[in-house]
Every structure is written in C-alpha cells, then in structure tokens.
Design a protein around this ligand. Structure first.
Ligand code: ADP
Ligand code: MG
Length: 402
C-alpha cells in the first residue's frame, strides 16, 4: 500500500466568502447585540459601517447563533438587486428557506395574498429544495413598483401571524431602498416595522453617510425609531494576534512583529488585512517562517497582481481626480482644499476640487473622516498610486511602504 502523503496545509486566510467558524475573528460584542435583536420581539436594529469591515459576516454568524437557540431568521441581501422586484424575490426566498418543511403551503399562501405567481425549478444539487421564482406582473414596473417590497413584507407578516410564527428578518445593504424609492421608502419601512408584530428587523448597510443621515436627521422617518449599532474596525492588536495564531495552526510562524506590520499596512478594513495576511502566508509557507519585511514584500506583490484592475480604475478618473489622489498618496492626511495644497499640486479652482472630492467619495475611491480629512478607501490602491503615479510629480516612489 502506498503511504498516504499528508495534504499540504491550506492557506487559513480566506477572502471573498463570509467569514465563518475559525475564519471568523473577534466581534463578540457586535454579534451578541445582533443576536439579542433577533431574539427580541418587536426590536429594530440598524447596523452600519464602512465596507469590508465584516458586517455581512457578523450578520451571518448572529443569524446562525440565533437559529441554534431556536429562533427563525431569514437573511436577505439587497446588494445586487436591480430593483424592488429582485429585492422582493430575495426576501421571499429567504423566508421560504427559513420556514422549513411546511414552506410550500406558507409560501403559496403568501403568494396568494400578493396575487403573485410562483414557478418552481428543481434545486441545483440533488436533494436540495427547488428554487422559487415569483412573478409580480405589472407591479414589477410603473408607479406601483416602489410599494412591492412593503406589500411582500405585509403579506409575510400577515401569513406568519396567522400561523403563530415569529421570524427575524435580516436585510443586508438595506439602504438601497433609498435608490428605488427615496424618502418615501424610508417612511414605508418605518410603517412596516411598526405594524409587523410577527417580524423583528435587523437592517445592515455600508453607505455610512447615507445611513447616518437616515438615522440622525430630525424629520426623517427612522429618526429615533431604531436602535443603532455602529460597526467599526477590529482592534489592531486583536487582528495581529489572530493572524499569528491562525498561521501557527498551519505550522507557519508569522511573528507578531510581522503580523503587526500586516495590520498597519492594510488597516482598518478586516478584508484588506486578511487579504494581505493571505499573501504573506503564501510567500512564507515554503520556509515555514515569515521573515522581517514579509508584510512589505507582500503588499507590493499584491499591488502588482491587482495592477490591471487599478490601471483601469485610474483611467476612468478625470484629471483633477487623479491629481487629488496623487496628492493624497504623496502626503496622507493632507488638507486638500487649503490654498497652498491646491496650488502645489495644481488642482485648479476650489469649486472644481470640491466637486471632485464629492465624486470620489460617492464612488467610494476615497473616504472622508469625521474630522474632515480624506483617505484612500483601498490601501492597496493607495500604494499603487504611490508606485505608479508619483513620478509624474517629479517625486520618487518611496522604496518601502510606509
Ligand atoms: N470577523 C472576521 N474575522 C475574519 N475575517 C473577517 C471577519 N469579518 C470579515 N472578514 C473578512 O472580510 C471579508 C469581507 O467581509 P464582509 O462580511 O463581506 O464585510 P462587509 O459586509 O462589511 O463588507 C470576508 O470575506 C473575510 O475575508
Ligand atoms: Mg456586506
């Protein structure tokens, strides 16, 4: 018999999937808070924070824990929905998955209430339940379109109330309702949350400024109506220790000093830190130890690998946008709209610079801090600009990332 060769260890740092089980670090407080909301009848919680911090993963983990404790939770995401009909479809499928064995009858009744058609298609894997496509006829377009989502939630609530079932509804990227229905949609959401006695709501979203405005502006529908959970970064020390111990389990030594560098080069978004740790692991697995300088080398490797992407992003930007980004890459934290900055970096008129800044924030290329300074949304794009575009200013790119 040939000896079984042990499988080589797999890279423990994963991106692009929801972080689950051992892939999930920290966040006890946030997860606890969401679980509490999902268990409490009538609660309404809004979770908001920047992209890539791990909101969807925390929501997924909280839903799993609440289910373990015997609560039902339907999780829908509006991230990719192109309009209310897609969102309604997502919601109904999430509800169907959660209802379990009696789903067919429940969902048929909900569809009847909505006068919607239902088309069943076999599940993709053997034994998996069929997928259901709902048709809403004329209501998918025209004036009635914005109401569809609320009609669906009303129907779900009415049906579950009749069956004495309570259900947690978690909606990820919920703020997209604003794109489809403006402030009217916020009022409709408020009305839904107030009247649905069989549903509890947890709403999560990434457009921090948009959501903050929804929650804290007097006169807006959700003002004083919901609990908030501001989702911030994981502490850098916690992340560094997690990187070291995750690597150690695969037999690879990433010393804390190197892990600290990984964190500080990619901070504050969890995904970026994990992504950089992933490259460090790959580059060091042969020797078994990540040497001093491994984080810096990994950063430049990652930026090279993603170069084509950044190159095409750069080419979609207007000249003034590019000049602003060069200035921010050269001198992070620099006060962009100060006269001296604008003249030194040849940014042009203040009004042009202001509208460029708004455009870059809207496109999520840069983020504005509470204090009013601007930073790159993506630390790897910042390094790309530093490496590729500073020469145009007559500045040498720094040899080692800072
Ligand atoms: N708690 C966590 N522990 C480890 N990695 C995480 C955690 N949260 C997020 N990540 C990493 O970040 C990536 C993006 O997370 P996600 O939950 O989609 O963020 P968000 O919803 O805030 O944009 C995940 O694929 C994973 O690599
Ligand atoms: Mg998300």
């Amino acid at each position: 018999m040939p000896r079984k060769i042990p499988a080589p260890p797999r890279n423990p740092f994963e991106i692009g999937l929801l972080a689950r089980d051992a892939h999930f670090a920290d966040r006890e407080k946030e997860v606890d808070r969401i679980v509490r909301a999902l268990r409490e009848p009538g609660s309404r919680l809004v979770v908001f924070g920047d992209r890539r911090l791990g909101k969807s993963s925390a929501l997924d983990r909280a839903a799993a824990l609440a289910r373990k404790a015997g609560y039902r939770v339907a999780v829908a995401s509006f991230a990719t929905a192109t309009g209310p009909a897609d969102a309604a479809q997502q919601l109904l499928n999430a509800v169907r998955q959660e209802i379990g064995k009696q789903w067919r009858e429940t969902v048929e009744r909900i569809a009847e209430r909505l006068q919607a058609t239902m088309e069943l298609r076999p599940g993709s894997a053997p034994g998996s339940p069929p997928t259901v496509r709902f048709g809403f006829g004329m209501r998918e377009g025209g004036d009635e379109r914005p109401r569809l989502l609320w009609e669906v939630l009303d129907a779900v609530n009415a049906q579950l109330e009749g069956q004495n079932i309570t259900l947690g509804i978690a909606i990820d990227e919920f703020q997209r309702i604003h794109e489809w229905g403006g402030e009217d949609a916020e009022w409709a959401l408020k009305a839904a949350m107030e009247t649905h006695r069989s549903l509890t709501y947890v709403l999560a979203g990434s457009k921090r400024h948009l959501i903050e405005a929804m929650l804290t502006s007097k006169g807006r529908a959700l003002w004083k109506q919901v609990d908030h959970l501001h989702f911030g970064p994981i502490s850098g020390d916690v992340l560094a220790e997690w990187i070291t111990s995750r690597a150690a389990r695969t037999g690879l030594k990433i010393p804390l000093t190197v892990a600290d560098r990984v964190v500080s080069l990619a901070y504050p978004r969890t995904r970026d830190v994990v992504q950089l740790a992933r490259v460090v692991w790959d580059a060091s697995v042969q020797t078994g130890t990540a040497e001093e300088g491994a984080a810096e080398a990994a950063l430049d490797r990652l930026v090279r690998e993603q170069g084509a992407l950044y190159d095409s992003l750069w080419r979609t930007l207007q000249t003034v946008d590019q000049r602003i980004l060069r200035a921010l890459a050269a001198e992070p934290g620099l006060p962009i709209t100060r006269a001296e900055t604008m003249s030194r970096f040849r940014l042009g008129a203040k009004s042009t610079v202001s509208s460029a800044l708004s455009r870059l924030v809207e496109r999520e290329v840069i983020a504005r801090s509470e204090a009013g300074s601007y930073t790159f949304d993506d630390p790897f794009f910042r390094r790309w600009v530093e490496l590729n575009a500073l020469a145009d200013l007559g500045l040498p790119p720094p040899r080692s990332p800072t």
